[in-house]
Write a protein that binds this ligand. Structure first.
Ligand code: ADP
Ligand code: ASP
Ligand code: MG
Length: 407
């Protein structure tokens, strides 16, 4: 008997009718002869609502208490899902992250999965039940409750599919797959049939909110085939798999935008071995996640280091930057916020030239100024003014003709 994991995002369980619909899908998969594990997110926008409730109480709520609060969202939806399956005459059980033995490290609001027990899930599956697991949460070795970062129910699902050896992992959401860009910003975006782990990993980490990036890391590492699809239709969605030869022919697969970023510039940094290592060790100790690191040097023996951080890390990063400024007697620390970042991603960039030029020309024609540029083998990113972000996304999408079916 094969095992499949089905994950339902917030919009797919936003009300009673949608919960019943998701329940019917899981029951159907079971009736087709599969063992079924469901991973469910909090209903609709309830995580956002819980966060705003916390902010009504305090400007800076303790992260431990935020985790305590946010994990309740998933506990509501898993229990309702189990009730829906029972109401349809089938056996099901809801379990929290702690109950299945999903063990994390001890970083509140963005914990990472360390290991996942499978005994409890297997035992319930043996009892012929559909197992419904709360997404986005776990406990550390001491039993404290943690969340895994916004959108991380995807990661719970793919990690479970990996440890359980699932045939595949279905991600049910409110779009019918991964698109060339966010269809809410560019209606001409086109659904992609197949995409490699590397591309979707870049797209997800550069802002394509459709999948949590750590979910893709698990998928790639443990060979989990992921099918992103709509919970409202039966159409096939997007399959995420290892790279195949034909994928190289597509130069750019997708474009993304990330808003609400901040860019730090540390000026007058001593240009000596070990300084960058110490600076970023200090930043990491504070749990601040940085991206787009650029270092340049001048004739005076000094370097300038810039990097971006997400808005959620901004206040912490300001404190760290001030400590670094004092420790190294820096001439200046600049924090520019908010800034936005647009990125173009595609494995075909490895073998095609002129990609950067095309992207910069499109931005220039739209009179978008580029602050900084970073690249990887399969990605080009530009930090720009947030007011121009959506326009920038659309002109890059058009420049690479992403609305047209690839040849
Ligand atoms: P869920 O609650 O099901 O996890 P999310 O809101 O996290 O759903 O993700 C789905 C949303 O991601 C879509 O409604 C869409 O607006 C957005 N999105 C951003 N980039 C993309 C993309 N490249 N392809 C598809 N959807 C995208
Ligand atoms: N409910 C959590 C969130 O809104 C996790 C998820 O939906 O994946 O971020
Ligand atoms: Mg999501």
């Amino acid at each position: 008997m094969e095992l499949i994991v089905q994950k339902f995002g917030g919009t797919s369980v936003a009300d009673a009718e949608r919960i019943h619909r998701a329940a019917r899908r899981a029951i159907r998969a079971k009736q087709e002869g599969n063992k079924v594990v469901m991973v469910v997110s909090a209903m609709g926008k309830s995580t956002d609502k819980l966060i705003s409730l916390a902010r009504d109480i305090s400007d800076d709520p303790p992260r431990r208490e935020l985790d305590m609060l946010l994990t309740t969202g998933e506990q509501v939806s898993i229990s309702l899902m189990a009730m829906a399956i029972h109401a349809a005459g089938h056996e099901a059980i809801s379990l929290t992250g702690g109950q299945i033995g999903l063990i994390t490290d001890s970083v509140h609001t963005k914990a990472r999965i360390q290991k996942i027990g499978t005994d409890r899930i297997r035992q319930e599956l043996e009892n012929d039940r559909i197992v419904i697991v709360a997404g986005f949460q776990g406990i550390d070795e001491s039993g404290e409750i943690y969340t895994l970062g916004r959108g991380a129910s995807d990661t719970t699902a793919v990690a479970l599919a990996a440890v359980l050896g699932a045939k595949y992992c279905e991600i049910y959401t409110d779009v019918d797959g991964v698109y060339t860009t966010d269809p809410r910003i560019e209606p001409k975006a086109r659904k992609i049939e197949w995409i490699s782990y590397d591309e979707i990993l870049e797209l997800a980490s550069q802002g394509a909110g459709v999948m949590h990036s750590r979910a893709i890391e698990f998928g790639k590492k443990y060979n989990v085939e992921i099918h992103v699809r709509s919970s409202f239709t039966d159409f096939s969605g997007t399959w995420i798999t290892h790279e195949e030869e034909h994928m190289e022919h597509i130069v750019v697969s997708g474009v993304t935008v990330k808003k609400d970023l901040a860019q730090f510039v540390l000026a007058g940094v001593p240009n000596q071995p070990g300084v960058a290592a110490n600076i970023f060790a200090h930043v990491a100790e504070h749990g601040v996640v940085v991206d787009d690191i650029i270092q340049t040097f001048d004739q005076s023996g000094h370097a300038s280091i810039s990097f971006t951080v997400e808005e959620s890390d901004l206040s912490e990063c300001k404190l760290v930057a001030e400590e670094i400024r004092q420790a190294y007697n820096l001439s200046e620390v600049i924090c520019k916020e908010p800034v936005a970042k647009v990125s173009a991603v595609g494995v075909g960039m490895r073998s095609h030239t002129g990609v950067a030029q095309k992207m910069f020309k499109a931005l220039a024609e739209a009179e978008v100024n580029i602050n900084t540029i970073t690249t990887s083998e399969i990605k080009i990113s530009c930090v720009i003014d947030p007011d121009q972000a959506d326009d920038a996304l659309r002109v890059i999408h058009a420049a690479f003709e992403l609305d047209k079916e690839p040849e």
